[in-house]
Design a protein around this ligand. Structure first.
Ligand code: MLT
Length: 263
């Protein structure tokens, strides 16, 4: 599967993998704000945005292999790879399957634990309901958890934009991705085995992947650090892009990949 990708900037490659049920469109502020520091590469994961779904069975490993193939196609040996929520699950699958492709890892608003049984059945119900009824199901059951209370109360433009991205998600891709996420393994051993620096980012108002989950991930990684973003919920990169970009810029500067972080 060749992924449709949007890129900006030059220099150290930084691949950012989007959340469910969004697309590379969510990284607009990162393509704009990080392009002076590095080459920002933001693919649409399979089925979302401009990428086809293909015929494979649902699996985060398949998505991770797509990203490794993207690096091949771009002529990139090793990159900083990061993901937000579902993008983080794909990043952890990449850590398991293609560790030699990594310079560093960014895990934002994501979890290293597997789903408990109740969450798995919730995913299956969303998958089958979306296939039957369309994306209104997502607007009712997924959208409310994506944004923090500050954004919901004060930032109607951001909420409206995210709502539009959610409504654009293709039902087949939604169902496929829910089933792929339901099958994911616990990834704490993967984090413990990492031999590259790891930046864990979390919105302080994230209720889907809360700060306690982020703290456990940063502790598990031998070279992990934690950045908590104020006034942001689950979509920290969209809700507080400047703070998110500052954290990534600081991390990337550690690889000699750009100018000193702007404060
Ligand atoms: C996401 O934002 O990618 C989702 O919340 C991930 C999930 O459902 O676990």
């Amino acid at each position: 599967m060749r992924l449709h990708t949007r890129s900006a900037g030059e220099g150290l490659p930084v691949v950012l993998l989007h959340a469910f049920p969004l697309s590379s469109a969510m990284w607009l502020a990162q393509r704009e704000g990080l392009a002076e520091t590095c080459k920002v590469i933001t693919p649409d994961l399979r089925g979302f945005g401009g990428s086809a779904l293909g015929e494979d069975e649902p699996s985060l490993d398949v998505m991770a292999d797509d990203v490794a193939r993207l690096l091949d196609d771009e002529g990139i040996d090793r990159a900083v790879v990061g993901g937000l929520s579902m993008g983080g699950y794909v990043t952890m699958a990449l850590c398991r399957r293609h560790p030699h492709r990594l310079l560093g890892v960014v895990l934002a608003d994501t979890k290293a634990s597997a789903d408990p049984e109740e969450a798995r059945s919730g995913r299956e119900s969303i998958a089958s309901d979306v296939l039957r009824e369309g994306t209104s199901v997502l607007v009712e059951r997924v959208l409310p958890g994506l944004l923090g209370r500050t954004t919901l109360q004060r930032r109607a433009m951001v909420s409206g934009r995210v709502r539009g991205l959610v409504q654009a998600a293709p039902p087949q891709a939604v169902a496929w991705a829910q089933r792929a996420m339901a099958a994911r393994p616990d990834s704490f051993d993967t984090l413990r085995a990492l031999r590259v620096p790891v930046l864990v980012i979390v919105g302080e108002e994230d209720e889907i992947a809360p700060p306690s989950a982020a703290g456990a991930m940063a502790e598990a990684a031998p070279d992990g650090r934690l950045e908590v973003i104020e006034k942001a919920g689950h979509l920290s990169a969209v809700e507080q892009p400047e703070a998110f970009n500052r954290a990534v810029r600081g991390f990337v500067a550690g690889f000699g990949g750009g100018p000193a972080p702007r404060r």
